[in-house]
Design a protein around this ligand. Structure first.
Ligand SMILES: Cc1cc2nc3c(=O)[nH]c(=O)nc-3n(C[C@H](O)[C@H](O)[C@H](O)COP(=O)(O)OP(=O)(O)OC[C@H]3O[C@@H](n4cnc5c(N)ncnc54)[C@H](O)[C@@H]3O)c2cc1C
Length: 414
């Protein structure tokens, strides 16, 4: 059977988009290179700009039953352990109308996989796409085994190392020289006291450490991120476990107690890409990490991918011709009019946020003073991101005001 849309890549971006398009009555085919659909990794944070969409999809209750709804997000100094600032996530839910959640990646991915199966999405594994071509009224993908698939539109959701991006944009991922270690462990294995009602981020010189509960509190998720001296020295083999231990040597007892639990058999080198504003090439459109891979400091990468699919599908719903056909050039233009600018802001803010987290010396003290002075219920810095996803450029909220580090009052700081 022919497809109305092909989605390349069955990660969170590809599956959520396939589901969103199928809700508009389209016959969607997903081509995933792996032998099975799945997600590697541990936990993921999903903010109100994502849970709002899950609610609209009718998936929020299932997501809540799989995840944890923490009541606070706390930022601590990773060296002295003191609290710098916090978000009251109960008030945040009241403010934005939808909750902040943490969930296992495989549970979020599985939620979309089941939704796609129920919606009749044609889900195909072991399909490696190696080429893309525009045709007169659609686009074609070429598979590694020589087969060809065609549809009126092709959405490339093939991740950070996107083949589509290489062919259409031809840029390179940018290395941050930071590496992430992860762990999701049964809570019984955790010897230290952990308050699972909190998402905690410990920010330190050249490193940070995050932890929160998963699966109703049965598991603890941890992420340890640090700048690799070997990466800075230009060595090939960087981010290795010996560097992990050294990076957290100077941190507080709470952080150091978490490090032995990290998985040591795999790690994730952190790359993003410089923002690009052209995501649509004829009937081929980039989506998710293929379009805008961020550093993870804003915890918005998967969320942006989910928002991309929602925006695309909303415009499909609004721009059907009288016969029910989709006016793809107009839909894709509407998608490209709004999403690249939003994602550009997130990708660049994530870089800046990461730099702020990892400061040392006097700048660390200035940052700490500024964060301590923030009112818990001040949403100036979250309104632009946690509010409703913009469908058109005029709905995109203004950015937050930038506060220079030098304005911090170190004399009266505690
Ligand atoms: C440490 C860390 C923490 C993070 N925390 C958060 C967080 O808290 N919140 C958040 O929102 N985001 C977070 N992110 C970011 C988030 O994980 C990614 O942005 C998101 O998973 C991207 O989804 P995607 O579907 O676009 O890409 P991917 O997940 O990379 O999926 C791409 C899919 O395409 C397939 N594929 C690739 N090439 C081909 C091909 N040629 N043919 C066919 N299939 C192909 C792949 O097998 C894969 O299944 C974090 C990332 C990291 C590294």
């Amino acid at each position: 059977m022919s497809a109305d849309a092909i989605v390349v890549g069955g990660g969170i971006g590809g599956l959520s988009t396939a589901y969103a398009l199928s809700r508009q009555g389209l016959r969607v085919r997903v081509l995933e290179q792996a032998k099975e659909f799945g997600e590697v990794g541990a936990g993921i944070q999903i903010a109100p700009n994502c849970t709002r969409i899950l609610h609209e999809y009718g998936l929020l209750d299932e997501a809540k039953s799989l995840g944890v709804l923490p009541t606070s997000m706390v930022m601590r100094d990773a060296v002295d352990g003191t609290e710098l600032t916090r978000l009251d996530l109960v008030d945040l839910e009241r403010t934005y109308g939808f909750p902040y959640m943490v969930i296992h990646r495989s549970d979020l991915h599985g939620l979309f996989l089941r939704a796609c199966q129920r919606a009749g999405v044609d889900l195909r594994t072991d399909q490696r796409v190696v080429g893309y071509t525009n045709t007169a009224d659609g686009a074609r993908v070429q598979l590694a085994d020589g087969r060809v698939e065609e549809a009126p539109v092709v959405i490339a959701a093939d991740g950070l190392h996107s083949v589509a991006r290489t062919l259409l944009v031809n840029d390179e991922p940018v290395s941050s020289a930071y590496v992430a270690y992860r762990a999701a462990v049964p809570i019984a294995q955790v010897e230290r006291e952990v308050d699972l009602s909190e998402v905690v981020v410990h920010v330190g010189p050249g490193c940070h450490f995050v932890h929160y509960g998963l699966r109703g509190g049965e598991m603890l998720n941890q992420v340890a991120v640090f700048r690799s001296p070997k990466a800075l020295a230009g060595e090939e083999d960087w981010g290795t476990p010996d560097e992990l231990d050294e990076a957290f040597d100077r941190t507080s007892a709470e952080v150091r107690e978490g490090i032995p639990l990290m998985w040591r058999d795999r790690w994730w080198r952190m790359y993003d890409r410089d923002p690009v504003m052209t995501w649509v090439h004829g009937r081929i459109a980039l989506l998710g990490d293929a379009a805008h891979p961020p550093l993870q400091y804003m915890a918005q990468g998967a969320i942006m991918a989910i928002e991309d699919g929602w925006v695309l599908a909303e415009h499909v719903g609004r721009r059907r011709t009288e016969t029910g056909a989709v006016d793809w050039p107009t839909v894709l233009a509407a998608y490209e009019a709004v999403r690249p600018e939003h994602c550009r802001r997130v990708v660049l803010t994530a870089r800046a946020w990461g730099e702020l987290w990892h400061l040392d010396g006097e700048q660390r003290l200035q940052r700490n003073a500024l964060l301590r002075a923030r009112d818990t219920h001040d949403y100036t810095y979250t309104d632009w991101i946690y509010g409703p996803t913009a469908l058109t450029p005029d709905q995109e909220p203004p950015m937050y005001p930038v506060v220079p580090l030098g304005s911090a009052d170190l004399v009266d700081a505690p």
